[in-house]
Design a protein around this ligand. Sequence first.
Ligand SMILES: *Cc1c(COP(=O)(O)O)cnc(C)c1O
Length: 373
Amino acid sequence: MKFKEPIYVTQPLMPPLEDLFKELELVWENKILTNGALKHQTLEARLAEYLKSPYLSLFNNGTIGLMTAIKALELTGEVITTPFTFPATPHMLSWNQITPVFCDIDPTSMNIDPKKIEEKITSKTTAILGVHVYGIPCAVEEIEKIAKKHNLKVIYDAAHAFGVEIGNRGIGTFGDCSMFSFHATKLFHTAEGGALTCNTPELKAQIDLLKNFGIQNEDEVSYIGLNGKLNEIQAALGLVNLKRVSEEWSKRKEIAKTYKDILGTIPGITIPELPAHVKPSMQYMVIRIDQNVFGRSRNTVHMSMKEQNVNTRKYFFPLCSNYPCYAHLPSSEKSLLPEANKASEEVLCLPFYSGLGIENTIRIAEMIASMRA
Ligand SMILES: *Cc1c(COP(=O)(O)O)cnc(C)c1O
């Protein structure tokens, strides 16, 4: 029953090479490889439209985008965030001399629990940084209410949430600013890349200044900026991939349905559900394994699947608040973060990409189902 060749957890969208060459012809003719040239401008416009966001700025990766958003919004002191995320989220706060204040998650959405945010607010708090984990939207309306009441900014790490919509509204339009990642492991990618979306032309102008060294014009450098520019070759790859992303999304939807049909009824396995008015991201196929009911732990399933040549990912494990660099923070105390610690022990991301095919999906799902003890 073991797979002969290793099955990976994901595989990037690989468009036909000739499509990329075609997209690059004009770049070669123009001999301009970066600094916001033609492909960069075109991709910004197309993505703003696709994500239904009024303003969008491309970046060389999502992490630098997040770093820039934090600076553009002039955050300082403390920012309330979730520990159930990728290291980039709290790291960019710390890198900006800001203390991440970890808040527990909601057990169902696995996103920052809006009921627990207010008790974390101090005189030093300047913002809330939510993460739409696995593309499941945060409680955006409750968060907005809390932010308004306490005069806080709101940033979202939307790295998992490409194309997510809440009742036709683009996920990147909530909060002051949202970050998307176009890393090769993401549904839509530019190999490395990312974007910030925001709702005002002033904020976009500030973001664009900061991502280009703070250079105002030939004669003036007005801010301490960095280099966040996406180059023309990456932008060309993005333009080619954007044409194929809907097809990849639809194929993944079928794979997700296949997994759900087989695993959704197994006692001890939970698959997160989305409200009907939310368009899903198809970024990850995550299950939660309750050892008490399933009879095997997440770690055992992860290891047993590896023996079958199937790679799964314990994503997110370890929890950010348990990294040595954050464990000393008062908000990292395990007893304050019971749901996040529990989720981190139970989640498992399964192989999920169009090339996996339905047959392999059935085989993998049945392998997992048969591990129940
Ligand atoms: C991928 C990812 C990032 C980092 O994005 P890069 O483009 O790789 O810098 C940040 N946060 C989350 C939740 C991610 O999944």
